[in-house]
Write a protein that binds this ligand. Sequence first.
Ligand SMILES: *[C@@H]1O[C@H](CO)[C@@H](O)[C@H](O)[C@H]1NC(C)=O
Ligand SMILES: *[C@@H]1O[C@H](CO)[C@@H](O)[C@H](O)[C@H]1NC(C)=O
Ligand SMILES: *[C@@H]1O[C@H](CO)[C@@H](O)[C@H](O)[C@H]1NC(C)=O
Ligand SMILES: *[C@@H]1O[C@H](CO)[C@@H](O)[C@H](O)[C@H]1NC(C)=O
Length: 414
Amino acid sequence: MESIKPSKKKKWFLPLVFSLLVSSFLIIFSVFSSNPFHQTPVKPQVPLFVESKLHVAPTLPSSRIPRLAYLISGSRGDGDSLKRTLKALYHPLNHYVVHLDLEASAEERLDLVNFVKNENLFVKAANVRVVVRSNLVTYRGPTMVSNTLHAAAILLKEGGEWDWFINLSASDYPLVTQDDMLHTLSSIPRELNFIEHTSDIGWKEFQRAKPVIIDPGLYSLRKSDVFWVSEKRSLPTAYKLFTGSAWMMLSRPFMEFCLWGWDNLPRIVLMYYANFLSSPEGYFHTVICNAEEFQNTTVNHDLHFISWDNPPKQHPHFLTVDDYQKMVDSNAPFARKFGRDKSVLDKIDSELLGRKGDGFVPGGWFDEGDTNTTIPRYAVANITELRPGPGAERFKSLITGLLSENDFHVKHCI
Ligand SMILES: *[C@@H]1O[C@H](CO)[C@@H](O)[C@H](O)[C@H]1NC(C)=O
Ligand SMILES: *[C@@H]1O[C@H](CO)[C@@H](O)[C@H](O)[C@H]1NC(C)=O
Ligand SMILES: *[C@@H]1O[C@H](CO)[C@@H](O)[C@H](O)[C@H]1NC(C)=O
Ligand SMILES: *[C@@H]1O[C@H](CO)[C@@H](O)[C@H](O)[C@H]1NC(C)=O
């Protein structure tokens, strides 16, 4: 026994000494190498400000079919229309985030989660996400913008590659198929941003830009409307205000610019809009038009058919079958706002989308015979094969009209 002990000691003693030597060498080495005085001196021509080294990300290769990233959001009672809009918009190449805000009951939100979980195709394609930590969203308040940014951030982090972000609500509906959309969009530059905008803020200067509002949704768990502060503020001089439609289709590079914030503009403007009534009608417009690198990518259209009363009220009127022809003639890919009257949606399904019953919209990716829900045969033909229909032509004529206007290149952000 006595004789074995020393030799055992030796067995572990030598490696210990060795590893101590190695680790102290490593520590010394790392201390010295991280010491700035031991580095080669910084070359004088390196720019002082880091921003100039950061570039707008390039768009994804145009040889590939574009992919869209959708946010579809709703509130209490919107669960069923949200599901319907999701199915009408579904394509396996796209990515979707669905959100029911905190005003919707827990049951309703759970029902949506189960709906997404139980749809084989969504599970297989793994491209539909439900926001489970719901936001409290105040209509007209900045929490609407933060909810939109939240969804876009989820899509950037987990949504794979996509080219455009589209923000919809449960009361929107498509007027063309996704095959039509993707086909038409494959022929246009991917850096374009479809955002209706103007710097002519008119009456909004007094009604919107000068009043200061507080959105309780920023700090309270209970929904209540925005309220006004008695002080007024003056118009910004550090940047120019723009306003326009709250509906838009924004490019991936622009969404990265807004979310990553390597330039301080998107963040500063976001803080400014925290106290602005109807911030969704101004935030992205003001950012894009004050960012030199994005100004020229704007296309002044919101891609929606919306029917306003004359003179416009706070809400557009609910669309009915009487509006059907005007919707089609607008060539817009989306329309709003749809209410309880489902007959107009049924007409759109059967005449424009070819959607039967509660199924998906047929396209190149699956056979029309399979339009019933949850048939495993969705396991699908070929998802990169598009089968554009008349909707592709309509959408194309809208876009070519916009891009070929004589003054297209000079009237960005005016
Ligand atoms: C995004 O979508 C919602 C609908 O849920 C809409 O009310 C809002 O104004 C949209 N726009 C922005 C910029 O958030
Ligand atoms: C945007 O377009 C205008 C007018 O054509 C041009 O003068 C300007 O240099 C362009 N800006 C950028 C950043 O390309
Ligand atoms: C879809 O399902 C319904 C009810 O299960 C059935 O009546 C209908 O024939 C089916 N349609 C197709 C195209 O398979
Ligand atoms: C899928 O369709 C695309 C476009 O039509 C084609 O290029 C590709 O070869 C097809 N893939 C398969 C596996 O059939």
